[in-house]
Design a binder for this molecule. Structure first.
Ligand SMILES: [Zn+2]
Ligand SMILES: [Zn+2]
Length: 178
C-alpha cells in the first residue's frame, strides 16, 4: 500500500499527517499480497508521518493476524501480533524544485521522484520481527505421536514398545530416577 508524501513535504518541517491503513483479509492479488508470504492475513495500522529535514519519519503501530502452524501438532494457530513501526525515509529530491537532496546514508530507505512510500514492506518486516518463532496451539499441546503420527490431543495413546533390552534398561534407569 503506497502513500504519497509529496503534499506533506510541501508543508512546514514538523508538520505531520495521520494515516490509517487496514486490509482484512489481505487480497492475494492486491497491493499488499507480499504480506501473505509472511502469513499475515489481515492488518490494521495507524501511522503518523512527520516532515523531517531529510524527508519523512513514519512511526506508529500495527496489529496483524498471523496464521502459523503449531510446532508440535501442525494445527493452524492464529496469533494476533502487535508491532511498532518507526522508520526514517530520505527524500532524494526537493518536492518544489526537483533539485537533488544530499546523498542519504547507506542502506537508508529513500523516497523516489514519485514521492510514494510503500508501507507494505515496512509492515511486513516489523510484523515478522514481532511474530513468535515457535507457536503452540496451546501451552500443553501434546503434539503428534512419533510412531503413528496421530494427534495425541485428540486421541491420547501409547504404543507397545517392541522388546529391546538396551531400551528397557534405560527405562528402568528413568523409572528409578522418578
Ligand atoms: Zn498443537
Ligand atoms: Zn500412535
Amino acid at each position: 500500500m503506497k502513500v504519497c508524501v509529496g503534499p506533506l513535504l510541501k508543508q512546514a518541517l514538523g508538520d505531520h499527517i495521520d494515516l490509517h491503513v487496514e486490509e482484512s483479509p489481505v487480497d492475494p492479488r492486491g497491493e499488499n499480497a507480499g504480506l501473505l508470504d509472511a502469513d499475515i492475513t489481515s492488518f490494521d495500522a495507524d501511522i503518523k508521518a512527520t516532515h523531517t529535514d531529510p524527508g519523512a519519519y513514519l512511526e506508529g503501530g500495527v496489529r496483524a493476524r498471523v496464521e502459523q502452524q503449531c510446532v508440535r501438532c501442525l494445527r493452524p494457530v492464529r496469533s494476533p501480533v502487535d508491532a511498532r513501526l518507526a522508520e526514517q525515509y530520505y527524500a532524494t529530491e526537493r518536492v518544489e524544485t526537483g533539485a537533488p537532496m544530499p546523498q542519504p546514508p547507506r542502506d537508508a530507505k529513500t523516497i523516489g521522484s514519485d514521492f510514494l512510500i510503500d508501507l507494505t514492506p515496512l509492515i511486513r518486516e516489523e510484523v515478522i520481527l514481532a511474530t513468535p518463532q515457535a507457536p503452540l496451539c496451546r501451552a500443553d499441546c501434546k503434539g503428534l505421536c512419533p510412531v503413528c503420527g496421530e494427534d495425541l490431543n485428540e486421541r491420547p495413546h501409547q504404543h507397545e514398545s517392541p522388546p529391546d533390552t538396551r531400551w528397557s534398561a534405560l527405562e528402568t534407569l528413568k523409572d528409578m530416577k522418578d
